[in-house]
Design a protein around this ligand. Sequence first.
Ligand code: NAD
Ligand code: LMR
Length: 329
Amino acid sequence: MVKVVILGASGGIGQPLSLLLKLNEKVTDLALYDIVNSPGVAADLSHINTPAKVTGYLPPNDGLKNALTGAHTIIIPAGIPRKPNMTRDDLFKTNAGIVRDLAIGISQHAPNAFILVISNPVNSTVPIVAEVLKKHNVFNPKKLFGVTTLDVVRASTFVGEVTGHDSRDIRVPVVGGHSGITIIPLLSKASPPHSFSQAQIDALTNRIQYGGDEVVKAKEGAGSATLSMAQAGARFANAILNASVKGEAGIIEQSYVHLDADEDGGKQLKPKIDGLDYFSSSVELGINGVTKIHQLEDLTPHEESLLKAAIPELRGNINKGIAFIREDP
Ligand code: NAD
Ligand code: LMR
């Protein structure tokens, strides 16, 4: 039994993400929860002839509880998206409460599930979920992930456009966080390796950091990335399922995690990031979640300067999320 639950399943991300999970043959049950339309989305998807049994839930009649019970993996794209001229942090006011309430449900009904947070601002919503789980004594840092895969997907695409390589074969680690200057592409570690000019590094870094704004602007008020995010979310969920259900070894993805997820509690990485507790890192995945967080080694002077610029903003975002729960009576 592999039950995947999507919280916010009727939205711009939720619907295509639900479709991609319905097509994933490792999934046996797909539970779709939203405050609107989820039974309709579920009925539609249920006609596709793949193994997953699809069910839809609304808040009444213990909808959240029934959706979450028995969950193996929970993906959270619930919350409002940006409009032009907004930052992701501008979403905090609305989305922090939504994510907190869903996390309370998770801590009560599915405390052992893998939790994949898409809702923005990810730099703050992941600490919010962690603090709620801590309050309920069910926090397992190895199973909580901020989904930053879209930054990695964009990096492959944009680097492919510059180098001419097939973007499917390109891997660029993107670390730090998921907003503007906290997004740190490590182009020196691109695979296959490529010798970029400084002008190319500057342009690529800027495009990867502000790829989200490109989509927000193009959608002219109709929201932010949904389809590319659904693909990125499905890819990350698939990595989690391959590691945890199929027991595949050696799977590495970048994700925004609590450093306690690491085997040594992030002892080596922490001094390098000025003591931050959360950092998007290359993580190795195993049956029970994160097995190892990779170090930040051999950064170029340019990458060191990106890291230095990211740390204060990340710290502010993290502290804002933590305070939202700790100062909640
Ligand atoms: P959307 O408005 O199209 O969909 C959001 C859905 O959440 C809606 O169906 C809404 O009904 C639902 N919802 C609201 N409150 C809820 C609650 N309490 N419980 C359950 N469902 C609830 O928005 P979208 O475009 O799908 O974006 C969703 C979020 O994902 C936004 O915060 C956006 O910024 C974020 N996002 C993150 C990334 C990333 O890389 N992590 C990428 C793109 C978008
Ligand atoms: C993205 O990177 O596309 C998302 O975080 C959505 C946004 O607000 O840009």
